[in-house]
Design a protein around this ligand. Structure first.
Ligand code: SAJ
Length: 444
């Protein structure tokens, strides 16, 4: 990194730096989801006044009533910050006229064609551009392809006639929030920051440094954008590798779980990943395709990403095949069978069902004529495939009623002993029944 820039006190950068230092800077956060709300709360706790902006009136209303809707944000924290006026939830983007720095934390899904959908970023950037004023710092946090900040956002802000790095400042800093992780939080996860100019990088770093434990400056917005995509593509490709290994081991009659556990004893140069029924969440199944899309636009085929997507995308179908195997062992067919899917959240310990492979499993089972229910202590109600469903309580009588039970998400609180005792047949896609021997169990 080049030498840290010095700002003349009277310059826009110098004045912003002073306000950040004194924590008198007015902050804005656009998008109050699992990324934006924790960030707004952390800045509020640091003593800043934060305008939290969201288009969802329901979210804004709940926050104004002092209530959190994000698992990792305590309602008590929201109540204190809202009552003290430090956190001001609003749907009015006009407040941006008075903020010195704004973080954009909006979703970046894939379109139906599985291309990047940056419409939320553009909509937010347009609102920022409308209210952009001299000395304002704009930071994009939404995961996106390299180039988004300077190809999409910068031109919108430059329409003001102001100059980036002198009159306003623009940077990218990838969100690294891991929902439900009690150890790594918004505050202690190192924050990578890349600005359009060194002054942009410096000012964004100084803002985060007011509250976050470690800030990692990099040389450009593109590097910062690419860092996040590498992190999540790394996971997607390695999960794809181990899923393919699981399919190989099934053919070779080798216990893939034992193989991974033993390989995990290697103290260096190896990191265990685990096979499963597919890839869920709003990051891992999606982020790599932002990268492969951008690579393709540069004439490069990101084959690992596409192959991992193919392998991971096949796993729900493979899990349904294991259900068919379990039923066949008892002379039953999928058609007409009663199947209970355990866990609809995309991973253990959370309530998020986005892109959950459990939903793919349920869809395929129902397409093949099974009667499907689910049980998930984190998801009491589920609107799925046009029907509102309710989580089934795992009583012995209920468990006995199903022809097959599929462990799709390994929530820690499931009563696994009861499940083995009372279920007629079990498909374990997560090695949740590790070490339990029973001819009822079909393992992935
Ligand atoms: N999965 C496997 N096998 C594995 C690991 C995960 O099948 O070995 C599946 C999970 O069941 C889930 C999906 O992949 O369906 C994604 O799981 P994840 O553990 O990657 O969890 P996410 O989606 O919550 O990923 C987030 C990411 N955080 C951000 O993007 C900021 C990711 O970068 C984190 O590394 C990950 O949390 C984490 O480590 O928990």
């Amino acid at each position: 990194m080049s030498r840290r820039p010095h700002f003349p006190r009277t310059s826009a950068a110098g004045q912003l730096a002073a306000r950040i230092e004194r924590r008198s800077a007015r902050l804005g956060v656009i998008g109050l989801g699992y990324v934006g709300l924790p960030l707004a709360v952390e800045f509020g706790k640091a003593g800043f006044r934060v305008d939290g902006i969201d288009i969802d009136q329901g979210k804004v209303g709940r926050l104004r009533r002092g209530r959190s809707y994000v698992q990792d944000v305590a309602t008590a924290d929201v109540r204190v910050l809202v009552r003290s006026g430090r956190l001001r939830p609003t749907t009015d983007f006009g407040v941006l006229r008075n903020v010195d720095a704004v973080n954009i934390c909006v979703p970046t899904p894939l379109s139906k064609q599985r291309d990047p959908d940056v419409s939320y970023i553009v909509a937010a950037a347009r609102e920022v551009a409308r209210h952009l004023h001299r000395g304002m710092l704009v930071i994009l946090e939404s995961t996106t392809y390299p180039g988004t900040t300077e190809e999409l956002i910068l031109p919108l802000l430059q329409e003001s006639g102001m100059r980036v790095g002198r009159d306003f400042f623009l940077a990218f800093s990838p969100e690294r929030v891991d929902p439900g992780n009690p150890e790594y939080t918004t505050r202690n996860i190192p924050k990578v920051v890349g600005g359009v100019t060194p002054a942009c990088t410096e000012l964004a770093c100084r803002l985060y440094a007011q509250r976050l434990e470690r800030v990692v400056p990099v040389s450009s917005t593109q590097v910062a954008e690419m860092v996040k995509l590498l992190e999540n593509t790394f996971r997607s490709v390695n999960i794809g590798l181990v899923n393919e290994l699981a399919l190989m081991c099934a053919r070779l009659k080798i216990d893939v779980w034992e193989v991974i556990e033993a390989a995990g004893t290697k103290p260096f140069g190896f990191m265990p990943f685990y096979p499963g029924p597919g890839l869920g969440g709003h990051c891992i199944p999606i982020d790599p395709f932002y990268l492969s899309w951008k690579a393709r636009s540069a004439g490069f085929e990101a084959r690992f990403i596409e192959l991992a997507g193919h392998v991971n995308g096949h796993m729900p179908e493979h899990a349904v095949g294991l259900v068919a195997e379990s039923l066949n062992r008892r002379g039953k067919a999928v058609k007409g069978a009663r199947v209970l899917v355990l866990g609809v959240a995309y991973k253990g310990g959370i309530d998020d069902t986005r892109e959950s492979p459990s939903l793919d499993i349920m869809t395929t089972l129902e397409e093949r004529g099974a009667r499907v229910d689910y049980s998930d202590p984190f998801v009491p109600k589920l609107d799925f495939a046009g029907r509102r469903r309710t989580s089934v309580p795992l009583t012995p009588a209920r468990l006995r009623r199903f022809d097959c039970v599929v462990i799709a998400t390994a929530h820690r609180d499931f009563p696994y002993g009861e499940i083995v005792r009372h279920a007629q047949g079990i498909v374990d896609t997560r090695n949740a029944l590790k070490g339990r021997r029973s001819n009822k169990i079909v393992r992935l």
